[in-house]
Design a protein around this ligand. Structure first.
Ligand code: OOG
Ligand code: MG
Length: 259
């Protein structure tokens, strides 16, 4: 695989994102695109984002729950990059014009208090690196038409990253059972889906361990101060104009995103 091909694919995906035009999955034309090359494309999209002034602030996990895996027809989690350009300030409406076909999902978010590097990270050692736990809502958006993709496609597309907003309560991870933490998704005040943290790899700390080990294999360390979005607890719902979507977490409060 040539560097040129990887650079071209990354530039094309960012161009779709910037111009809000979706397209066919890379694997339609490139059926043997493997995961290592897909991550190289993802890393190249990050290099391009950094070149235009964005800063890495953490990572996101995708497809950590069965609800998401079933819907997307992909049966493995993945990791991707979060930059400061993806932060939606608390209380602001989602900028619908920046997205192609945004969808919203409730997630548990970690703020790391110390560096974390795989291999060999377990749910317990992962939790030891967590400083704060918060609720969050992620707005995902795919550069592929109708969200049709296979695992290498969605890896290359930075796991459908869009924007995210953090919740009102930050708690220490000590003494909370995050497997039991509820997350319910409401559209215009009506509950449309519910789950608990156990939906995310059995426990969100297990998802964090996956991220540390997966990134560790590729030579990356999760840094103190980084945010980690652990993945949608429920299936995502479309974010439409004049609707309000809320995620209600048990001890982590309520996160509202209007559009
Ligand atoms: C893939 C990205 C998934 C999550 O939390 O599972 C993701 C997608 O559903 O388009 O952010
Ligand atoms: Mg997500």
């Amino acid at each position: 695989m040539t560097t040129r091909t990887i650079e071209r694919a990354a530039a094309a995906l960012l161009e779709r994102e910037d111009t809000r035009v979706d397209g066919e999955p890379l694997t339609d034309e490139w059926p043997d695109l493997d995961l290592a090359t897909a991550y190289a494309i993802q890393d190249e999209t990050l290099r391009l984002r950094e070149a235009r002034g964005e800063t890495v602030i953490g990572v996101k996990l995708g497809l950590t729950s069965r609800a998401k895996q079933r819907r997307m027809n992909v049966n493995s989690p993945l990791t991707a990059w979060l930059t400061d350009a993806m932060v939606l300030p608390v209380g602001e409406p989602a900028p619908l014009e920046q997205f192609i076909h945004p969808r919203v999902e409730p997630e548990i978010l970690f703020v790391l208090g110390r560096d974390l590097a795989g291999p060999g990270v377990t749910a317990a050692t992962a939790l030891h690196a967590v400083d704060l736990v918060m609720g969050a809502v992620e707005v995902i958006d795919s550069r592929y038409r109708d969200f049709r993709f296979s695992l290498p496609d969605v890896v290359a597309d930075n796991a459908s990253s869009g924007a995210f907003v953090t919740g009102p309560v930050a708690r220490s991870a000590v003494g909370i059972d995050l497997a039991l933490e509820p997350g319910s998704l409401e559209v215009d005040g009506k509950v449309v889906d519910t789950a608990t943290g156990a939906a995310v790899q059995g426990h969100p700390a297990q998802a964090l361990a996956f991220a540390a080990n997966d990134l560790g294999r590729r030579g990356h360390t999760l840094r103190a101060g980084w945010l980690v979005l652990t993945g949608g607890m429920t299936d995502a719902v479309p974010l439409q104009k004049d609707t309000t979507v809320a995620a209600d977490f048990g001890s982590l409060g309520r996160v509202v995103v209007g559009a």
